[in-house]
Design a binder for this molecule. Structure first.
Ligand SMILES: C[S@@+](CC[C@H](N)C(=O)[O-])C[C@H]1O[C@@H](n2cnc3c(N)ncnc32)[C@H](O)[C@@H]1O
Length: 196
């Protein structure tokens, strides 16, 4: 699905009361297993929507930034002095992202990747923001398992191949209608990230 103006597109849906598959217990158990305890490390949730995942990561002990491209995303109405810092940012914007940090131990994108216009550029940007050995956690439906009229809300097998290449480790797990990816960046997380 190609969305020309994500802020307008998603803003209209949130304003109209549209909501998305809530986090489930099997999902949070898998995520906790792959992400590990936060211990104050940095996490970034791209397309944070209602903030449920960002708040869950804060509960694991991560210092979390939640990004969404539309101010209508419910999370962006949350207090800015809470456990998660929310920012209204289009992750696909051509200019540098207004993020103070550049080495996240964990980056998540739940129900977002299928809608990204330039997926190679998106993945390059994610990799540039991950710390050595950091984890990129992606949750998405697969297009082939969706009814034809909803196929564009999932990813194709070619997009899955693009998503899962160039990582030190890539693992996928199916739970219900969703596929979860734990993608680990190259390198040793104990080495400080340089040059960013
Ligand atoms: C289907 S909703 C999923 C929301 C949330 N992650 C969840 O799991 O409930 C997709 C979200 O991604 C946001 N989004 C889409 N494209 C984006 C972009 N380029 N930059 C930042 N946020 C984006 C939308 O505004 C929307 O809130």
């Amino acid at each position: 699905m190609t969305i020309e103006n994500p802020a307008d597109y998603w803003g209209d849906l949130w304003t109209a009361g549209r909501r998305y598959s809530p986090l489930t217990e099997p999902e949070t158990e898998l995520l906790d297993e792959h992400a590990g305890p936060g211990r104050g490390r940095l996490a970034l949730d791209i397309g944070c929507g209602d903030g449920a995942l960002a708040r869950h990561l804060a509960g694991l002990g991560y210092q979390v930034t939640g990004l969404d491209c539309t101010p209508a995303a419910p999370a962006l109405a949350e207090p800015t002095d809470g456990p998660v810092q929310y920012r209204c940012v289009n992750f696909e914007a051509p200019q540098p992202l207004p993020l103070p940090q550049r080495a996240f131990a964990l980056i998540t994108a739940r129900l977002v990747f299928a809608f990204i216009k330039d997926k190679p550029a998106f993945l390059d940007r994610v990799r540039s923001l991950l710390d050595f050995g950091g984890v990129f956690w992606v949750v998405t439906p697969m297009a082939e398992r969706l009814p034809p009229d909803r196929a564009s809300t999932g990813i194709t097998s070619a997009e899955e191949e693009l998503l899962t290449r160039l990582w030190a480790h890539a693992r996928s797990i199916d739970v219900g209608s969703l596929r979860y990816y734990a993608l680990r960046a190259w390198g040793d997380a104990s080495i400080e990230k340089r040059g960013c």
